[in-house]
Ligand binder design. Structure first.
Ligand code: SAM
Length: 283
């Protein structure tokens, strides 16, 4: 019998992966978690039936969420990660020796426990001594500190289920208040291609634009997410991702990356015309 994982991009279009086996599944108070072994993408896991992370393309997402802000402010020391229970974002952050403190705020401890067991490729650094685990809702945690973080990374699920509140104006305002003057917020910004995702992208951008003086969007190619064209938001109080880009300092760290590089940093903020127009419409 053939086993396939499929995820709908729209009601009439879907992405399909042939799987060797489902390894594990569990329903937590927050979501359904399932792990699979596939032919083309190695091991992967889903939350509520949606692809989260797989061994083959996770490097793209995790390079882009972490290295872009670190090349804009290479002095980042205090970081908050909201979501990201697979640990891939933490893994990339811990490569920077000068980062002192990482608050890892994941609502569902089971995601972290299961990724330790089934996805060590991403979860391998969650026990770094600089990483402080908080198994609580990021929406609440972000209210605890003011003017403190250099960087907040929102490595969330889509705006459904527990991730929904991570796309609200109130949450983005709390992030603004939690950041210091040079603070940067990177958020999971959905995709411009299919209308259902584009709607969420526009909504997120219009909320962020109303709060942050610098509000940009950058793109990357993520083969297993709907349409493959995915975005992160870059919002900050002061730092512009291109004007304040510090490639020489970033390159002096000597980090080997598989997707991110200095030329790509400059290029990823150059958006297709239809995306620029969609974002201009956001108000
Ligand atoms: N890279 C993935 C993507 O974009 O599909 C997402 C990575 S990660 C698995 C997303 C995590 O966000 C999940 O583990 C989920 O439990 C967590 N999450 C969702 N809502 C949250 C909230 N309100 N506070 C903290 N973590 C949350």
């Amino acid at each position: 019998m053939e086993l396939w994982f499929s995820e709908k991009s729209t009601e009439t279009c879907e992405f399909k992966i042939k799987v060797k086996a489902q390894i594990y599944s569990e329903e937590t108070p927050f979501q359904k978690i399932a792990f699979f072994e596939s032919y083309d993408f190695g091991r992967f896991f889903t939350l509520d039936g949606l692809m989260m992370v797989n061994e083959k393309d996770e490097f793209i997402y995790h390079d882009m969420i972490v290295h872009v802000p670190l090349a804009v402010n290479p002095e980042i020391k205090r970081v908050m990660v909201i979501g990201g229970g697979d640990g891939g974002t933490i893994r990339e952050l811990t490569r920077y020796k000068h980062i002192e403190h990482i608050d890892f705020v994941e609502i569902d401890e089971r995601v972290v426990q299961l990724c330790r067991e089934y996805l060590p490729q991403t979860a391998c650094k969650v026990d770094d001594p600089r990483v402080h685990h908080h198994y609580v809702d990021g929406i609440k945690f972000v209210k605890e500190n003011k003017d403190y973080y250099d960087l907040i990374l929102v490595d969330s699920t889509d705006p459904i289920g527990p991730g929904e509140g991570l796309f609200t104006r109130e949450f983005y305002t709390d992030c603004y208040n939690a950041l210091n003057d040079k603070g940067i917020l990177i958020n999971q910004h959905e995709s411009p291609y299919y209308p259902n995702y584009a709607k969420e992208m526009i909504k997120a951008h219009s909320k962020l634009k109303a709060i942050f003086p610098v509000c940009k969007v950058y793109q990357f190619h993520m083969p297993t997410y709907a349409s493959g064209h995915w975005l992160f938001g870059f919002a900050s109080k002061e730092l512009d991702p291109l004007i304040d880009h510090k490639p020489e300092i970033w390159e002096s760290f000597g980090l080997k990356t598989k997707y991110y590089n200095t030329e790509l940093h400059r290029g990823c903020f150059a958006l297709p015309t239809y995306v620029i127009e969609q974002l201009e419409d956001a108000n």
